[in-house]
Design a protein around this ligand. Structure first.
Ligand SMILES: [Zn+2]
Length: 196
């Protein structure tokens, strides 16, 4: 299974934020699984888990990163270029901290538009293709894409195939192929099953 987190903070103040105590509990449960990078993920092996974070919230960096480092879990952070360096999001100068902690950087589009509503191919390309200046931060990264609002179309997938090895959707929108991998939207109450 693939877990999709957004923000992690001291308290679960909104639907997209998991509180640090619930997050630690969920990470403890994962000791019974094999936590892997997306690159090594086997859809058919139910002991495999991938931990992913969308959007690149600064709360993630402050609260989730030390916990992930403690457990020594690999994880993937899907960043949105236009969110970087804005309020509540990761600063570009801190991206190296993710790599240092066994994390990988992946892409979540330039502007976080619903890609299925964009008709112009050149704008889709601009939204989907990974920026060269960001690729410099992670030589193993930017091989996977996560769809804003989980949404994709055939023309979106055709562009994804040019730049990536796969893409992640979820929350009821995925067909669970490598181009729209299914994932679980994590919240404060999500229970992870015990021993496999
Ligand atoms: Zn997002």
């Amino acid at each position: 299974m693939i877990l999709t987190y957004h923000n992690v903070d001291l308290l679960p103040l909104d639907e997209l934020t998991v509180g640090i105590f619930a997050f630690i509990k969920q990470m403890l449960k994962l000791r019974n699984y094999k936590v892997v990078y997306l690159e090594d993920y086997n859809i058919y092996d139910d002991t495999n888990v991938v931990i992913t974070f969308d959007d690149g919230y600064s709360g993630f960096l402050k609260y989730a990163l030390p916990v992930l480092k403690f457990f020594n879990y690999p994880f993937e952070v899907f960043i949105c270029k236009n969110f970087l360096d804005t309020k509540n999001f990761i600063k570009t100068k801190d991206l190296y901290k993710i790599i240092e902690s066994n994390g990988r950087l992946e892409y979540h589009s330039k502007s976080h538009y619903n890609l299925t509503e964009i008709k112009e191919i050149n704008i889709l390309e601009e939204e989907i293709s990974p920026p060269e200046e960001l690729k410099l931060y992670d030589e193993n990264g930017f091989k996977y894409f996560s769809y804003p609002y989980w949404k994709y179309s055939l023309s979106v997938i055709n562009i994804i195939k040019k730049y990536y090895n796969g893409a992640r959707s979820g929350n009821g929108f995925a067909d669970n192929t490598i181009w729209a991998l299914d994932s679980i939207k994590m919240n404060n109450k999500t229970k992870i099953e015990g021993k496999k």
